[in-house]
Design a protein around this ligand. Structure first.
Ligand SMILES: Cc1cc2nc3c(=O)[nH]c(=O)nc-3n(C[C@H](O)[C@H](O)[C@H](O)COP(=O)(O)O)c2cc1C
Length: 376
């Protein structure tokens, strides 16, 4: 017998939806999840990746873990890339099995920028929008290390970075993905350009902090068509998202003040004009249920599709879709521990909780070992 804990049935989550040129059979999206399992010098995904994504192919859409757009972009250990031909061949195994099981998968394109470390770059100092240390941590082969003061990117560096995104977008097509998502959230290169404390440039990339993001979008959209390109932002990223020790550090650079938010508003409006496939919005860190007002700010700026993320459960996901604020909802930690999340929502079954100690390490343990729901 089907159990319902609230008044609402699962219907809104199970209704098909179009996100740009992508057609989803349901609105339960798997959010991007770095799992650091590409433990090989070529940074290629392995058969474990294929098994992990295959287990989750019933998602309306899978957004892959972040993948490097080039060697220059690297800033976290054991994360796969999408620039070499060997990586394309290995990713093809993943996309083929997801498609064979009826799923869809887009590649999330990542560049760490100033959030890298010389240990990742053969001793070279990382580059970012300006020579300002972001005060973050980089996960190097010998453990977490504090970031250093980067070199400010020259115009040539910016051209190279934009070209790297284009190459990765082309490789994503060869690898059989259904589209791409540009990672513009967290503390990484595009978010650094959008951040007035880290982007102190006096050229066009400083006058319009969203310019770099738009150049990347235009290059990637030239490969895929805008309707198959999503952009993920986390404008509210701030000390509230971080451990207390970080919050106490003076001068924490990621603060969702009005100046920062205004830059994001401008970017979102311009992406919408270009017909982006979807905006994937990581909202503020919720203290209880997600704050729908934060998502509504972006709904008002968009004609296109919106995926909401951060702290949603079945009921709050139904609410944000029913209210018209979001078209789909993405789940990160719930998808780690519940490969059959869509079925669990459909049948209102209880959810397992992921073990943070295996989020980023552990080989198959904590990656492909979470079972589907066992009926009592
Ligand atoms: C282990 C782990 C890895 C993550 N990796 C990525 C990533 O590669 N790219 C990204 O944009 N967000 C990443 N995130 C953020 C999630 O996509 C998501 O925004 C966050 O977990 C909040 O969603 P949730 O409440 O459904 O877990 C990661 C989160 C976790 C817990």
């Amino acid at each position: 017998m089907i159990r319902h804990n609230g008044q609402q049935g699962p219907a809104p989550l199970l209704r098909p939806v179009g996100l740009g040129d992508l057609r989803l059979p349901n609105r339960v999206v798997m959010a991007p999840l770095t799992r650091a399992r590409a433990t090989n010098p070529e940074r290629t995904p392995t058969e474990l990746h294929a098994a992990y994504y295959a287990q989750r192919a019933s998602a309306g859409l899978i957004v892959s873990e972040s993948v490097w757009v080039s060697e220059r972009a690297v800033g976290f250990s054991n994360v796969p890339g999408l620039y070499s031909d060997a990586q394309v061949v290995a990713w093809r195994e993943v996309t083929d099995v997801v498609h064979a099981l009826g799923g869809r998968i887009v590649a999330q394109l990542w560049h760490a920028g100033a959030n890298s470390h010389p240990d990742h770059l053969g001793g070279r100092v990382p580059r970012g929008p300006s020579a300002v240390n972001p005060g973050e941590t980089s996960y190097t082969p010998t453990g977490p290390k504090p970031t250093v003061t980067p070199e400010a990117m020259t115009r040539a560096d910016i051209r190279c970075a934009v070209a790297d995104y284009r190459t990765a977008a082309e490789q994503a097509q060869r690898a059989g993905f259904d589209g791409v998502e540009i990672a513009a959230g967290g503390t990484y290169l595009i978010a650094q350009f959008l951040n007035p404390r880290l982007n102190q440039r006096t050229d066009v990339y400083g006058e319009r902090r969203g310019r770099f993001a738009l150049e990347v979008f235009d290059e990637v959209a030239a490969v895929w068509g805008a309707g198959r390109v999503g952009v993920r932002i986390s404008p509210f990223w701030s000390s509230r998202d971080r451990p207390v020790a970080d919050q106490q550090r003076a001068g924490y650079p990621y603060v969702a003040d009005e100046r920062t938010l205004a830059g994001y508003d401008e970017l979102v409006a311009q992406l919408d004009e270009r017909g982006l496939g979807f905006l994937h919005l990581r909202g503020p860190a919720p203290s209880g249920a997600p704050d729908l007002g934060a998502f509504a700010r972006y709904r008002a700026l968009l004609r296109g599709a919106l995926i909401a993320n951060h702290g949603f459960d079945r009921d709050s996901a139904i609410e944000v879709i029913e209210s018209g604020v979001a078209d789909a909802v993405s789940f990160a930690r719930p998808f780690i521990a519940n490969p059959d999340l869509v079925t669990r929502f459909a049948l209102d079954q209880s959810l397992a909780t992921s073990d943070p100690s295996t989020h980023y390490t552990g080989g198959r343990e904590g990656l492909v070992t979470y079972p589907i729901y066992a009926a009592p």
